[in-house]
Design a protein around this ligand. Structure first.
Ligand code: CP
Ligand code: NVA
Length: 305
């Protein structure tokens, strides 16, 4: 993957995705060597972050490089100057760019104009690094991914889309349960189903149907960053889509509880569910760092398994 952008899970083949997960597992087990010494990753963020910013920063540090955080207030992409100028300026000084944006087209425009690799650190459309960490978490627990059943409950958003693509590529059976009007678009489902890898994506209305036989049950926020004005309406529309004890009682008793965080307890997940013995939310959070180490080693350091 040396020198390539990672703006979407669709940038990866099934083999490349498995390779990245194996590389991440190996780096988590054995540690990293300083293969990115002298390299800098610029992190241009239009939205807040705890996990993504910290995990990119620590991943670069552990690989011997450094990360440079550029806040929205400073850069003001598209306002203070055009996105394409930000891309070309940064590419003259750093070896890679991680971008967290509203519009997905901002990430792809950065990738088009920067002649250094650009990694999507979350856009309105996708959160590919999160999906890698989530699959890494499942891979660690179960030894392989093929045939695992993941039930995603809530909004057909950026996290759901990346999970849909990544699930098909890795042989996971994903069931997405959303209220009416919040489904993943048909085009996303068609693109996902056309991928190689042997997994599947199904959309259903009933969360209880989704969690039946699930290996893991996954929640994300009902209102994503940028949708704050819709939060009250969404809180009404998503009633019945909380991962709570009642819903979990319809799933196998050993089903894992997953959330990409930050979590809004009492909305998409109950406090009891997220604090339960089956919850792996902090493993997911830690695995952001290990997954991104693999991504960065691969695209900036040319490391393949
Ligand atoms: N899960 C995730 O991306 O968290 P942050 O928004 O804190 O980076
Ligand atoms: N769907 C959420 C994910 C946060 C990590 C958002 O975009 O805000």
């Amino acid at each position: 993957m040396l020198g390539r952008d990672f703006t979407s899970i669709l940038d990866l083949s099934a083999d490349e995705l498995s390779m990245l997960l194996e590389l991440a597992l190996g780096m988590k087990r054995d540690g990293c060597s300083p293969i990115l010494a002298g390299q800098t990753l610029a992190m241009v963020f239009e939205k807040p972050s705890l996990r993504t910013r910290t995990s990119f920063d620590m991943a670069m540090h552990r690989l011997g490089g450094r990360a440079l955080y550029l806040s929205p207030r400073e850069v003001q992409m598209g306002e203070r100057e055009p996105v394409k100028d930000v891309a070309r300026v940064l590419a003259r000084m750093v070896q890679g760019i991680a971008a967290r944006t509203y519009l997905h087209s901002t990430v792809t425009e950065l990738a088009e104009y920067a002649d250094v690799p650009v990694v999507n650190a979350l856009s309105d459309d996708e959160h590919p690094c999160q999906a890698l960490a989530d699959l890494l978490t499942l891979r660690e627990r179960f030894g392989n991914l093929r045939g695992l059943r993941l039930a995603y409950i809530g909004d057909g958003n950026n996290v759901a889309r990346s999970l849909a693509y990544a699930s098909v590529l890795t042989g996971v059976e994903l069931v997405v349960a959303t209220p009416a009007g919040y489904e993943l678009p048909d085009t996303t489902i068609e693109v996902a189903r056309a991928l190689a890898g042997g997994g599947s994506v199904t959309q259903v209305r009933d969360p209880y149907e989704a969690v039946r036989n699930a290996t893991a049950v996954y929640a994300d926020v009902w209102a994503s960053m940028g949708q704050e004005a819709e939060a009250a309406q969404r809180a009404e529309d998503f009633v019945g889509y909380q991962i709570d004890t009642a819903l979990l009682s319809a799933a196998p008793s050993d089903a894992l509880v997953m959330h990409d965080l930050p979590a809004h307890r009492g909305e998409e997940i109950s406090d009891e569910a997220i604090e339960s013995a089956n919850s792996v939310v902090f493993e997911q959070a830690e695995n952001r760092m290990h997954a991104q180490q693999a991504v960065l080693a691969s695209i900036l350091g040319g490391v393949a398994r």
